[in-house]
Ligand binder design. Structure first.
Ligand SMILES: *Cc1c(COP(=O)(O)O)cnc(C)c1O
Length: 378
């Protein structure tokens, strides 16, 4: 089966894991710190904080910025549910914002403006599929409205611009992301004081960690805030360091495969829309396509599956999921809903070849051709 995404794991990761086991120090040690420094350097940031997941990263950011009950946070609905969940974790209210269009399925500035109230405290941007949100426009929007700007950068590790939009950015190293530690995440935060708060909140609000107490001769510690256990461990950091070395090359392979998808789809499936322009800054996490309005998506999914090609949908809109529909039954986002009905995500990962892309596009073309017999299109 050609999967939508597949992690690249091999001898380097095995050796890195074995080295941690041989060392015998498995939590919060030198590898976590080295991973944090290396990840920060890749994004031209001063430092980063490694955590257990992107969900934990988002929670820590919102919590540490003091967002809470009474606050509203603008979020896209075309995202993974964790983006909105993190807002609920701190007791604030997620306010769903529509996308700009089918060809730019990023959060709409106009709709965000329309949904601002006196209670709006922050915006969480998602670099959907790895395509970067408009930096200048969102920064000036946030400044004008007095809002905190946060990036959910789960799809976008490895580009220096990511993590520079606002207060902080959250990254994911889950198994289907551009790099993986199995489970894992990181925070890049602009101000030193926010980084210090997040670092402390990551580990129970404690003033020192196990390793520091080992090396400093001072066995005592204090707890100065309500914290969590959102730590990363040495095994994951070791895998992460191996993955980070390869991330730039993998992102370049993704870009080549994406370009090839665009060219072949334009040639063989002219009715299929590929969102964003080819040169849009991106980490090419996904290749989303928008099927023609009258196509039965399930038929296309089944045809591709028969040829051993997995496809998925990004995303079932969060505001339409049962839990959120029960909470906010009146939310309506027409462009997000239309996009989600027609969207199909094709396989894209660094283990794929040019001929895999050709096979996917020719299968897609044949499936769509059956729905639109020659002569019926015009
Ligand atoms: C994967 C993902 C998350 C959650 O990441 P975890 O590391 O699994 O917690 C959050 N937001 C987006 C947009 C994602 O794709």
């Amino acid at each position: 089966m050609l999967l939508v995404s597949a992690p690249v794991l091999g001898e380097e990761e095995k050796a890195a894991l074995a080295a941690v086991i041989d060392d015998g120090w498995v939590t919060m040690g030198d590898r976590v710190r080295e991973f944090e420094h290396t990840f920060a350097r890749m994004h031209e940031a001063e430092d980063s904080i490694a955590v257990g997941s992107c969900t934990a990263a988002l929670h820590l950011i919102l919590h540490s910025l003091g967002i809470g009950p009474g606050d509203e946070v603008l979020v896209p609905s075309l995202t993974f549910v964790a983006t909105a969940n993190a807002v609920l974790y701190v007791g604030a209210r997620p306010v769903f914002v529509d996308v700009e269009s089918a060809s730019v399925p990023l959060m709409s500035l106009d709709d965000a403006e329309a949904k601002c109230t006196s209670r709006t405290a922050a915006v969480v941007l998602v670099h959907f599929a790895g395509y970067l949100a408009y930096r200048d426009a969102w920064q000036s929007f946030a400044r004008r409205k007095g809002l905190l700007l946060i990036e959910d950068a789960a799809h976008a590790p490895g580009l220096p611009a990511v993590g520079t939009y606002g207060e902080a950015a959250a990254f994911s190293f889950y198994g289907n992301k551009n790099m993986t530690t199995a489970e894992g995440g990181a925070v890049i935060a602009h101000s030193r004081s926010l980084r210090e708060t997040i670092r402390r909140a990551r580990s129970h609000g404690m003033t020192s960690n196990t390793r520091q107490r080992l090396t400093s001769r001072r066995p005592d510690y204090d707890v100065t805030m309500l914290g969590f256990n959102y730590r990363m461990d040495e095994l994951r950091a070791a895998v992460g360091l191996a993955q980070l070395r390869k991330l730039p090359e993998w992102n370049a392979i993704r870009q080549r495969l994406s370009l090839s998808y665009r060219q072949l789809i334009a040639e063989h499936c002219p009715l299929v829309l590929v969102p964003f322009e080819a040169l849009w800054p991106s980490t090419h996490h996904l290749i989303p396509v928008v099927l023609p309005t009258s196509t039965r998506r399930q038929h296309i999914i089944d045809r591709l599956r028969k040829r051993g090609i997995q496809t998925t949908v990004h995303y079932p809109p969060v505001h339409r999921l049962t839990f959120y529909r029960d909470l906010y039954p009146d939310t309506s986002l027409p462009l997000t809903e239309q996009f989600a009905q027609r969207e199909l995500t094709l396989p894209l990962h660094p283990r794929m070849t040019q001929s895999d892309v050709e096979m996917v596009v020719s299968t897609l073309a044949a499936a769509i051709g059956d729905e639109f017999p020659v002569g019926a299109v015009a």
